[in-house]
Design a protein around this ligand. Sequence first.
Ligand code: HPA
Length: 284
Amino acid sequence: MKSFGRVEFETAAEAIRRQMHYAPRVGIVLGSGIGNIADRVENADIIPYAQIPHWPCSTVIGHQGQLHIGKMEGQEVIVMRGRAHYYEGYPMSQVTLPIRVMQLLGVDIIILTNAAGGINPILHPTDLMLITDHIGLIGMTGANPLYGPNDDTLGPRFLDLSNVYDPALRSMALESAREAGVPLHQGVYICLSGPSFETPAEVRFLRLIGADAVGMSTVPEAIVARHGGSRVLGISGITNIAIQQEPVSEKTTHEEVLETGELIVPRLEAVLRGVLRALANREY
Ligand code: HPA
């Protein structure tokens, strides 16, 4: 499988640089069903993913595939409307290429959002969960984005992951949620490869090993973001309850994930805006 490295990252970054009029330090990745937040970026330079060399284009409905680069709450931001996933067949080095490219463009704070299934029974559809830590089951079983030769100019061979989700950014998100009156749960996100949803037995296993919410993204991006020295904030929007008992009459569907994602948008937007305001008021 082709591996993507500095040459491809630089080529993609240069193509974006030629079309953008900002110098954002904050990158935001919008997951399934929540891409509409990108419409709130003011005076945006909009770049379709298909125009960026090497950029992975999502084949999934609900992931529109555009960069919106502009301003939100006075902060210059680069917003990814949709992302590609490992299950679409891209190598990990390409799934995470956008993170490397944003870093080359000067981004050093990366906000990752996703749609996730709730495992912890306190979580309900439309809830938001601040990611306090993750279980990278996808990487533990072989698909780690840092697999292969290490480019020491990008980051260290053996990366410390004891504090992936930045405590100061997490405090800002909690404060922002409080101010906006938005309940914000906290918990552990587990990443599986997908694309099939989990069996009830698998969900019980995930609960047993300490996961609160499950999804198919975010962890590879968070690892690469940390590898390149960025600070990371992660927020899951709970779109469905991961089913723990069989036999069951309910099913998990992608349509359910997208519909609930849309209900999550206003509250997630409020939390993100508060974080951006806090960042604008602070040296970082
Ligand atoms: N499982 C895995 N990924 C998901 C889910 C789920 O239940 N919901 C949204 N993404």
